[in-house]
Ligand binder design. Structure first.
Ligand SMILES: NC(=O)c1ccc[n+]([C@@H]2O[C@H](COP(=O)([O-])OP(=O)(O)OC[C@H]3O[C@@H](n4cnc5c(N)ncnc54)[C@H](O)[C@@H]3O)[C@@H](O)[C@H]2O)c1
Ligand SMILES: O=P(O)(O)OC[C@H](O)CO
Length: 334
């Protein structure tokens, strides 16, 4: 792949564009706001999202979506989950035929309950083999600083995944391929909700035993949902499952964990939203869509259900703790 378009110049879109450029791939980064594109062109930094990081010369920025998409071998979609459909519908006429469409978004669409690759297929009108997702322990700020990490490129077309893997491999970024798109996407979407719960626990003053319990039981309910949707159970032991779950639940850089921590300290959802400075904490919306998806499939997801009740029904995080601990006793692998 010689030229890649990255659509969305937020934290991850910008950091991932840098990963591609540092891998020797020419990148055009599309920014929703003209001043962000102009700022990158002028000063080589994205002042709003990654002000301390100098972007490489083979990364160009534009506010013109058609210009970004022209001649791209792959189109990377770096906008929030709940905005992917409307953005992609606008870009659709300019998508290059045959280009690999790569979703960076970690969420489940409200209303349709679709995964991001399903939204991409539907809106772009392409077969599943043409759609890939990137998911793993990938906190944008660490990657933009060149800290080593691994990730997963998931695509049902293995050769296409390998092509994209080559386009984004470098000395600090190591992507693995996986054909289990369903499992990788669910891992990425569900961990945001579990990170909200871990944040709430931290805000309530609980320590590492509590965190480990939430992470492990969070993984158990994610894997149950995955089983119901035909995912490979081993995916949840990999980078897009346990790997991303641990990184997000443990890191103060995670927007989801920070959001939950504010709620645990007694803050309101509106206050936590304001403190996020316009950056997306995907779990706040995806807790509702994942909960609904689980209910439709008859899958028990008590932590996800509780996070939804805190974020959208006014449940106190302390009451959630009690409710989870007082659930009917059961066997671990039931
Ligand atoms: N930040 C990370 O560390 C990270 C890592 C891996 C995956 N992700 C995922 O990548 C996706 C994008 O996250 P991000 O961190 O870049 O988000 P962000 O909030 O930092 O940036 C979102 C970008 O999307 C653009 N956008 C386009 N249409 C929009 C709309 N209608 N509303 C709001 N923003 C709109 C914004 O202008 C902005 O450039 C999310 O699904 C997130 O879960 C993020
Ligand atoms: O900041 P968060 O909570 O959106 O998490 C970022 C990434 O998804 C971590 O892999």
């Amino acid at each position: 792949m010689e030229r890649v378009a990255v659509m969305g110049a937020g934290s991850w879109g910008t950091a991932f564009a840098k990963v591609l450029a540092d891998s020797g791939t020419d990148v055009v980064l599309w920014a929703r706001r003209a001043e962000v594109a102009d700022g990158i062109t002028r000063s080589r930094v994205n002042p709003d999202y990654l002000p301390d990081v100098v972007l490489p010369p083979n990364l160009a920025a534009t506010h013109d979506a058609e210009e970004a998409l022209r001649g791209a071998d792959a189109v990377v979609l770096g906008v929030p989950s709940q905005t992917l459909r409307e953005n992609l519908a606008r870009w659709r006429p300019a998508l290059p035929a045959g280009a690999t469409l790569v979703s960076l978004a970690k969420g489940v669409e409200l209303g349709t309950l679709k995964r991001m690759s399903e939204v991409v297929r539907e809106v772009a009108g392409v077969p599943e083999e043409q759609v890939a997702v990137v998911s793993g322990p990938n906190l944008a700020k660490e990657i933009a600083a060149g800290q080593p990490t691994a990730t997963v490129i998931a695509c049902t077309d293995h050769d296409r995944a390998v092509d994209f893997q080559q386009a984004c491999s470098n000395s600090y970024f190591r992507p693995y391929t996986n054909v289990d798109v369903v499992g990788c996407e669910l891992g990425g979407a569900c961990k945001n909700v579990i990170a909200l719960a871990c944040g709430m626990a931290a805000g309530l003053g609980f320590g590492d035993n509590t965190m480990a319990s939430i992470i492990t039981r969070g993984l158990a309910e994610t894997a149950r949902l995955g089983a119901a949707l035909g995912a490979d159970p081993l995916t949840f032991a990999g980078l897009a499952g346990l790997g991303d779950l641990v990184a997000t639940c443990a890191s103060p850089l995670s927007r989801n964990r920070s959001f939950g921590e504010r709620l645990g300290r007694g803050g309101t959802v509106a206050g936590a939203q304001e403190a996020a400075h316009g950056q997306v904490a995907e779990g706040v919306k995806s807790c509702s869509s994942i909960r609904e998806l689980a209910a439709r499939l008859g899958v028990d997801m008590p932590i996800t259900d509780g996070v939804h009740r805190v974020c959208h029904e006014g449940l106190d995080p302390r009451a959630l703790t009690t409710a989870l601990l007082e659930r009917e006793r059961k066997a671990e692998r039931q």
